[in-house]
Design a protein around this ligand. Structure first.
Ligand SMILES: [Zn+2]
Ligand SMILES: [Zn+2]
Length: 297
């Protein structure tokens, strides 16, 4: 039993870091630079945790940041908990305001990601992902026995829940706290921070999506950030982007001392990728509209 739990834990961390570092901080936000080979190595454990097509994941996540907690956000809990958790994944393809070819151009030209995307047909892409995921466990079974295969399968399925649950809990203001007065509902939730290997410091992340570091306070343990620092020390990644706490306080203000709305929407968004920047003006327009509406209530 001890051996099985150890295997489960090792696979859990490997798969979780595939999402946190590979899918999220690298593909979605480009918070650091690395070689193509290293990029595939970082993304692989996320794909094997049934995370779906990397293009799909990244372009949906970029849309989440761009339209956070508005009606154009793909999974805001403001519009229903079931929808925010898993309901949104049941769509057949992208809504009209999400277009991988313009918002994830850096990924759509990659032949492997293109194949995994299956032409934007979500059902086919998910089916392919589950097929490859179960095939991988079949290979593990043949090579190392059923215990290794089962530990990997259960860890992958557990990790699959990380972003799904994070989308809900880290946008429910009563479940966590803010370090920065962002205009969205994002909060830091300590137990998600631990389960998600550093991704639960979600208010920090919404304040600085282009930063490779999510845990800002000493107690906000961010395993993914520690691994990125290690990779940097080993010269496996470079140009690691970090946005200091002081700059975020100056940009957003802190709870109890927020910056005025007019100043908030007038400033540029920190460290966005080109793909995110393309739709920035649209985002600011929508956000300004919803802020003006909520201020006038
Ligand atoms: Zn969020
Ligand atoms: Zn993000």
């Amino acid at each position: 039993m001890f051996e099985f739990l150890t295997l489960f834990l090792v696979f859990y961390i490997w798969h979780a870091l595939g999402i946190c570092i590979g899918y999220h901080r690298l593909l979605s936000h480009r918070t650091f630079v690395t070689s193509k080979f290293m990029e595939y190595l970082l993304v692989l454990p996320g794909y094997l945790a049934f995370e779906g097509s990397p293009i799909w994941w990244s372009v949906i996540h970029r849309a989440h940041h761009r339209h956070v907690d508005t009606e154009l956000d793909p999974h805001s809990p403001r519009f229903g908990l079931f929808h925010a958790h898993i309901g949104w994944t049941m769509d057949k393809t992208y809504r009209s305001h999400i277009d991988p070819h313009t918002q994830a151009k850096d990924l759509t030209n990659d032949p492997i990601y293109k194949f995994l995307e299956q032409g934007g047909d979500w059902s086919k892409a998910h089916a392919l992902n589950f097929g490859i995921g179960f095939g991988f466990r079949g290979i593990l079974w043949a090579l190392f026995g059923w215990q290794v295969a089962l530990a990997s399968l259960l860890a992958g399925l557990a990790v699959l829940q990380i972003p799904l649950m994070l989308n809900v809990f880290c946008h429910m203001t009563h479940l966590g706290y803010k370090n920065y007065s962002t205009e969205d509902d994002s909060v830091n939730v300590w137990w998600v921070g631990i389960l998600a290997c550093g991704e639960g410091w979600h208010n920090n992340h919404h304040a600085s999506p282009g930063s490779a570091q999510s845990g800002m306070k000493p107690f906000e343990f961010d395993l993914a950030w520690q691994v990125i620092k290690l990779l940097r020390a080993l010269n496996l990644v470079r140009n690691v982007n970090v946005i200091p706490h002081e700059r975020l306080v100056a940009r957003f203000g802190e709870p109890g001392n927020p910056k005025p709305v007019e100043e908030l929407v007038a400033e540029p968004v920190l460290s966005q990728t080109d793909a995110q920047a393309q739709a920035k003006s649209e985002s600011v327009r929508i956000r300004r509209k919803s802020l003006v509406a909520s201020n006038s209530k």
